[in-house]
Design a protein around this ligand. Structure first.
Ligand SMILES: Nc1ncnc2c1ncn2[C@@H]1O[C@H](COP(=O)(O)OP(=O)(O)O)[C@@H](O)[C@H]1O
Ligand SMILES: [Mg+2]
Length: 235
């Protein structure tokens, strides 16, 4: 998938401060960032360097203290909580280290969930959920609950749930953090395939250089700022 020149994520001098006057922590200190449609970006950096804070702002889960955040050209700082929630629901898919699936619920029902929030009619909802599960290679286990699936399969369900709404951006925070290396590589190949075939923009936090090799740019954070941003060839 060749990336267009459309900027999806833009940070202009983003600052995020925690704490009060005399004990301020600059989690992000004047960060400028520009991610284009179709990119697959890894975010790396030491613990405490600002990765999660960035992902929370990118994912419209938190506001910056100052600076401007544009999501697909929309100034997010001007949106209220409800508008932020709508933006998340319609345009952003989330994948977490711990999968975050509903336990006593089948894979199909887990993937249907975002469509229930969107009030998609039942028949269409089931079809879309099945299609998403097929895309991640799980068509044979759609009626299994998470406990009946391996860790790698659970993360595939979570990825299917994240892409079922056809989001602009997929945010993945340490998606392979709970998986062994073989399962991790399977998940990375799946993400790369989704990026190439669907053109979905992916932003992933990882501390493993091997996983970052699957993306086409690696952004290194250090002490709340971007230390480097390096383009790479796909693995
Ligand atoms: N809710 C919070 N309250 C106070 N300090 C925080 C909070 N969240 C993050 N921080 C601080 O901001 C800095 C960046 O944190 P974070 O973005 O979580 O880093 P990373 O994800 O790279 O480990 C750290 O110094 C951290 O302690
Ligand atoms: Mg973190």
């Amino acid at each position: 998938m060749c990336s267009e020149n459309r900027t999806i994520i833009e940070f202009k001098d983003i600052v995020k401060v925690y704490g009060k006057a005399n004990v301020k922590t600059y989690a992000l200190n004047r960060v400028n960032l520009n991610i284009k449609k179709g990119e697959f970006v890894s975010i790396m950096g030491a613990s405490g360097s600002g990765k999660s804070t960035s992902m929370n702002i990118i994912g419209c889960l938190d506001y910056p203290s100052s600076g401007e955040y544009l999501f697909d050209g929309v100034n997010v700082d001007k949106l209220n909580k409800n508008q932020m929630a709508l933006l998340r629901r319609n345009y952003i898919g989330f994948v977490f280290q711990g999968f975050n699936l509903l336990g006593r619920t089948t894979a199909l029902e887990n993937v249907e969930l975002p469509l229930i929030y969107r009030k998609t009619p039942t028949k269409e909802r089931k079809e879309l959920a099945f299609k998403a599960l097929k895309k991640v290679g799980l068509e044979s286990v759609i009626y299994n609950t998470p406990a009946e699936l391996s860790g790698g399969q659970q993360q595939r369900v979570a990825i299917a749930r994240a892409i079922v709404t056809n989001p602009l951006v997929l945010l993945a925070d340490e998606p392979t953090g709970n998986l062994d290396s073989i399962k991790s590589i399977e998940i990375m190949n799946l993400l790369k395939q989704l990026n190439e075939e669907l053109g979905i923009t992916i932003i992933m936090v990882t501390h493993e250089e091997e996983m970052a090799q699957y993306s086409n740019r690696v952004i290194y954070f250090r002490d709340g700022h971007i230390e480097s941003s390096l383009k790479k060839g796909y693995k």
